[in-house]
Structure formats: C-alpha cells, structure tokens
Design a protein around this ligand. Structure first.
Ligand code: ADE
Length: 242
C-alpha cells in the first residue's frame, strides 16, 4: 500500500510516520510513505504558493496551480510504476483533510486499507483554492470537530489507522479482531506482570487457563466499558444484537 502526501511540510509527516511500527513496515516494504512538497511545483519565481483571498477576509489561501501540478506529478509516477502490470489502475482516491469533511472512523479506515495508492492533500493557512479541490478531490475527511492549523496531523492520524490494517504491518493478525470498535465495542481491560501491583490483583479468571471463561469475561467487560464510556456505541451494539 502506497501513501502519497501532498504537503508544504514534508519533513513533519516523514519524521512522524517513519517511527516505530510504521517505520518498520516501510523498511519491510509492506507500505511506502512519500511526501511531496507542493512548493517544489510552483511556477512562481519566488517560490510562492499562497495569496490573498478574493472578496477579502483574513489570511492567505493556497493557490490552485502548485497543488494541481504536484498532484499530477504523483499520478504520473503511479501510472509509470503500474505500466507493466496487466490491470489498468483506476485513478487513486484523493483525500483532502478538512474540518468540513465527514468524520473519520474505523469503517472508513478498513475501506481505504483495500486501496493500492492513496493521495492525502494537506492544506495550510486558510485552506486551498476551491477550483483545484473540485478538480482532484474524491473524499473530504475530518478527524473530529475541532480546527487544527493544517492537514498534516490529520493525514498522519489517518495513515496510521489505515496502515496498521495492511497485512503484515502488525505482527499479531488477531489484534485487529479484539481491539476497540470491532463489533461496536470498546476493548476489554488488559493486565501484564506482576500478578499484584500496589495491592491490586489481576482478575483471577485471567489466571485460570480456562479460555472459554476468559473470552466470556472479556466480552462482559467490553460491554460494561462501552455502556459506561461510549453510550452511543453501546446503543448501536445493542440494536445489532436483536
Ligand atoms: N484541518 C484542520 N482541522 C482539521 C480537522 N479537524 N480534520 C481534518 N483536517 C483538518
């Protein structure tokens, strides 16, 4: 799975995404992460990529030309790479990170994890000229109802959530089945050594060796936790049980 990030701050996303699990996954080539500096594509001789907004208003807007040219360069590179393969690749989905988009969730992560290439477009300042968005964006996505200074952190959040679903990235293939949001339930509490810490004991059932009982206990805990912390999810889960 190949992630392409169009950004004015490539070092920010490259550093963040080449650490820990994703860094190892990239080394082993389960995923690739490439940041493309939009500024490299401006035709402005001073390297400018933004300008004032028509109609007035505070702040600067990223201009259409450098964004479009950076996008085209990425698409060209993807096409060239797949030129030898038998199947003609569809144009890749282009995800624009914006607080105006639909809110990201685990189901969308699963859907996007099936793609071969994904392009993330990160805006900065007051955003990006609408005309280039209309031209290239397929998905408008927000990571929550708050406003950040740019799309880089949201893109990193999405890439992390998607990449960990790509086969091979996580060592334990099972963990995606038990984790939070699977089945609309939050994950159960977990414990490691020692058996007693500050007078707190690990629940006895987990030491019993009875896997059926352990599974039952974990499901109960998941349900309890979801009811208490995420009543909205709990209602969804309950409705699905009927
Ligand atoms: N850009 C600024 N805020 C954002 C958010 N909440 N989600 C996605 N992109 C953003």
């Amino acid at each position: 799975m190949n992630f392409h990030i169009l950004t004015l701050f490539p070092e920010m996303v490259m550093q963040g995404l080449h650490t820990s699990i994703l860094g190892k996954a990239a080394e082993k080539e389960y995923i690739s992460i490439e940041a493309v500096n939009i500024r490299d594509y401006t035709t402005d001789k001073h390297g400018k990529v933004d300008d004032y907004t028509y109609g007035g208003g505070a702040g600067m807007l990223m201009q259409a030309q450098p964004v479009y040219d950076a996008y085209q360069a990425v698409v060209r590179a993807i096409r060239e790479k797949s030129a030898g393969s038998a199947t003609v690749a569809n144009p890749p989905r282009v995800i624009y990170m914006t607080p105006q988009g639909r809110v990201f969730h685990q189901e969308l992560a699963k859907e996007l994890a099936k793609e071969t290439d994904l392009i993330f477009l990160c805006g900065h300042y007051e955003g990006i000229d609408e005309r280039v968005l209309e031209e290239i964006v397929t998905d408008y996505v927000s990571i929550g109802d708050y406003v950040l200074t740019g799309g880089e952190l949201p893109a990193m959040v999405m890439i992390d959530a998607i990449a960990r679903l790509v086969p091979g990235v996580l060592h334990n293939g099972d963990s995606a089945l038990s984790e939070s949001f699977h089945n609309d339930l939050l994950e159960y509490p977990q414990y490691s050594r020692p058996e007693i810490w500050r007078d707190k004991r690990v629940p006895a059932i987990l030491l019993s060796g009875n896997h059926a009982k352990v599974d039952e206990w974990r499901l109960e805990q998941s349900i309890e936790r979801t009811k208490k912390w995420r009543p909205d999810l709990y209602e969804k889960w309950k409705a699905r049980q009927k």
